[in-house]
Design a protein around this ligand. Structure first.
Ligand SMILES: Nc1ncnc2c1ncn2[C@@H]1O[C@H](COP(=O)(O)OP(=O)(O)OP(=O)(O)O)[C@@H](O)[C@H]1O
Length: 308
């Protein structure tokens, strides 16, 4: 059976705060799944529940069909980076990994392999307390990879990494997914997941806002918008508005039209003898798509509260 993470009907509150409010989703193997939402949306709480570190009030979270606590060999089934600063500062990185390997029945040779994989081999004899935040992140990732698990979870892994480190971790996540693993990675910034995630679980205030592929999300946000460059912008705008489009000027020579397809726009301009030098579909960025999604979510919650 392929590896999965399944969250169903999970709810969790802390005193008067509802951190997770009835979340249901499945994370599948072979792709990078981004877990996105603003600060305080409930991402870390959900990840802690998946890892059995917090108990849900309702619902359940399963890894390969079982709750984390029932896994026989947890480190061989799921690797996680939650809090990179969790390693004892007096402990050397290699010793930390050797201890983890030993207590989980993982062969010693894996320690050298993961240290190489995360680029820490030459610093492995130093104490973790002297590590930069980026090195601590790498050590946390080494620990997650130690058992060569089919399921990997990273909570805000880019924190503290320099630009080279960010490029490295993106490549690592993509290659782990390409190997057929479940790769579930949280971020409060959509832009961090651009070019990395294939699928997105978007949450706000503990609730699911979207569970969709990145390509579908971008296509939906791009709508049927077409950008046209023409020296007769005003005439072209009048023509396309007449044809039922919603038209706006972008600059002196470029307009954007929504509600008229690219083919029809080209045909209309040609028939009217209006010259154009460029005509292309407008492709929304992931950030634009996210803004659109979360704006709707905010409006929804305001209306809901007003209605009470
Ligand atoms: N142990 C706790 N005690 C009390 N409240 C908590 C606890 N853990 C989380 N919360 C609250 O639950 C909500 C969700 O927090 P959580 O850390 O899961 O969000 P997040 O999406 O991971 O945010 P961030 O991007 O800031 O890490 C927040 O309002 C937070 O203050």
């Amino acid at each position: 059976m392929p590896p999965t993470i399944e969250v169903s009907g999970v709810r969790k509150h802390f005193r008067s705060t509802v951190a997770v409010d009835g979340l249901t989703f499945t994370v599948r193997p072979g792709e990078v799944t981004g877990f996105v939402g603003p600060n305080g949306a409930g991402k870390s709480t959900t990840m802690r529940i998946i890892l059995g570190l917090d108990a849900p009030d309702e619902g359940e979270a399963l890894i390969d069909g079982q709750p984390y606590r029932s896994l026989r060999t947890p480190l061989l089934q799921v690797g996680a980076l939650l809090d990179a600063a969790a390693v004892h500062p007096g402990r050397k990185a290699r010793d930390h990994l050797l201890w983890l390997a030993h207590s989980n029945g993982i062969p010693r040779r894996r320690v050298g392999e993961v240290l190489d994989q995360v680029g820490l081999a030459s610093a492995a004899g130093r104490r973790a307390g002297g590590y930069s935040l980026g090195m601590q992140q790498r050590l946390g990732i080494a620990a997650a990879l130690l058992g060569d698990p089919p399921v990997l979870m990273f909570d805000e892994p880019v924190n503290g990494l320099d630009p080279d480190g960010i490029v490295w971790i993106r490549g690592l996540m993509r290659s782990l997914a390409a190997e057929g693993r479940v790769v579930f990675v949280s971020s409060h910034l959509m832009s961090e997941l651009q070019d990395t995630a294939d699928h997105l679980i978007v949450i706000g205030r503990g609730r699911l806002i979207a569970d969709t592929s990145v390509s579908k999300l971008i296509a939906a946000a791009s709508k049927d918008r077409v950008d046209v460059r023409t020296s007769r912008r005003a005439d072209a705008m009048a023509l396309l508005a007449n044809a039922g489009g919603t038209v706006a000027a972008i600059d002196a020579e470029v307009l954007t039209v929504e509600g008229v397809t690219g083919e029809r726009t080209a045909a209309l301009l040609t028939e009217a003898g209006l010259p154009f030098s460029e005509l292309r579909s407008h492709r929304a960025s992931l950030e634009e798509a996210y803004m659109e999604l979360t704006r709707d979510a905010v409006e929804f919650s305001v209306t809901e509260e007003e209605g009470r």
